[in-house]
Design a protein around this ligand. Structure first.
Ligand SMILES: [Zn+2]
Ligand SMILES: [Zn+2]
Length: 334
């Protein structure tokens, strides 16, 4: 069997013809295997969904309990789907995130979804798993991307808080994964004051806490009452909230944004970010290339839009590689 007979791209997403299922399809399909809960990977409306329990929980929180016709929990170990052996392995990206390994007729492939190698107590740690084909994301697939130690980024935030005690520090974070990771990093740095949350972050923070991820004291960032109480406090919100009037209710808001993209200074400026925090839930260039070297797969397939540099790097290493040219995966997670 050729690798293409096990998996190949279709307009709906990556398709396994032997098992008649899609992985992270961008349009509704009959049977979907989902790597993680970010909106560009996990969509509502599939007839049947197989995912980790936490990813199913997160999809239900975001889309409502009837987000799919039927659901099935992918536990530890293998599951058979129409004769294809399927297994889910932690990806280290967000809570519940998994790489999906598929194997049939002597051919195997690992689809990473999104993944990272750095330490993150709010996600199950990445587990190295290999196959004949390794399908890797390349969100930060350029040699220029090097993510600093996230603890150093949080130290910059806390230093600013000391320097400007009269200002509310507004930290832009995406709702799933980044918010909880940043809160946990702040707690691990010893900051135990209440952290104020925009309503859009509450449900997922509650879910993480219910799953045993300690986030400390979180309070709603409601407008009523004394605005001075937000001085010298951390207020967290989706980045879109800062473009709206919402941020102006806080005293002298100092806009921060926690994202791997904050390494690109022009992006920070564009968004009016005063304190960019380079914190990413994806591999940087060093981690992408080190992972490929470590796993040593027969072939590398690259997705997520920035494919060329990583494909070129593989070629220079004498590795078979090709871009997948899948569309529909955005940067929501970042
Ligand atoms: Zn992705
Ligand atoms: Zn993601």
């Amino acid at each position: 069997m050729r690798p293409e007979d096990l998996l190949h791209p279709r307009p709906e997403g990556l398709y396994c013809p032997v098992g008649d299922f899609h992985i992270d399809p961008v349009r509704p399909v009959a049977r979907a295997l989902i790597t993680h809960g970010h909106a560009d990977h996990a969509r509502a409306g599939h007839k049947a969904v197989l995912a980790t329990r936490r990813t199913l929980d997160i999809m239900a929180l975001r889309y409502g309990a009837d987000f799919a016709g039927t659901t099935q929990v992918a536990g530890r170990g293998t599951t058979q789907v129409n004769g294809v052996t399927v297994s889910f392995h932690p990806a280290g990206h967000v809570l519940g995130s998994a790489q999906i390994r598929v194997a049939a007729k002597g051919m195997s492939a690992v689809v990473t979804g999104d993944y990272k190698r750095g330490v993150d107590p709010t996600a199950e740690p990445y587990e190295p798993v290999t196959g004949d084909v390794f399908v890797t994301e390349a969100t930060f697939g350029l040699p220029v991307f090097r993510h600093p130690d996230p603890r150093a980024e949080i130290a910059r935030l806390l230093t600013s808080l000391d320097q400007f005690p009269e200002r509310a520090h507004m930290v832009g974070v995406y709702a799933l994964g980044k918010a909880q990771r940043v809160i946990r990093l702040i707690r691990d740095a010893g900051h135990d004051a209440p952290i104020y949350l925009h309503g859009a972050l509450q449900k997922l923070c509650d879910y993480y806490q219910s799953e045993g991820i300690a986030l400390g004291r979180l309070e709603p960032a409601t407008a009523d009452g004394d605005r001075a109480r937000f001085a010298g406090r951390i207020v967290m919100a989706p980045p879109s909230a800062f473009a709206a009037k919402w941020a102006q209710r806080f005293p002298e808001p100092l806009i921060c944004f926690a994202s791997g993209w904050m390494q690109v200074r022009a992006r920070a400026r564009q968004r009016g970010v005063e304190l960019p925090l380079v914190i990413s839930d994806h591999c940087d260039w060093g981690e992408l290339t080190a992972t490929i070297t470590e796993l040593d797969p027969g072939e590398v397939w690259v997705t997520h839009g920035r494919e060329e540099a990583l494909v070129r790097w593989c070629a220079l290493q004498g590795r078979a590689a090709r871009p997948l040219n899948l569309v529909g995966y955005e940067d929501e997670a970042e």
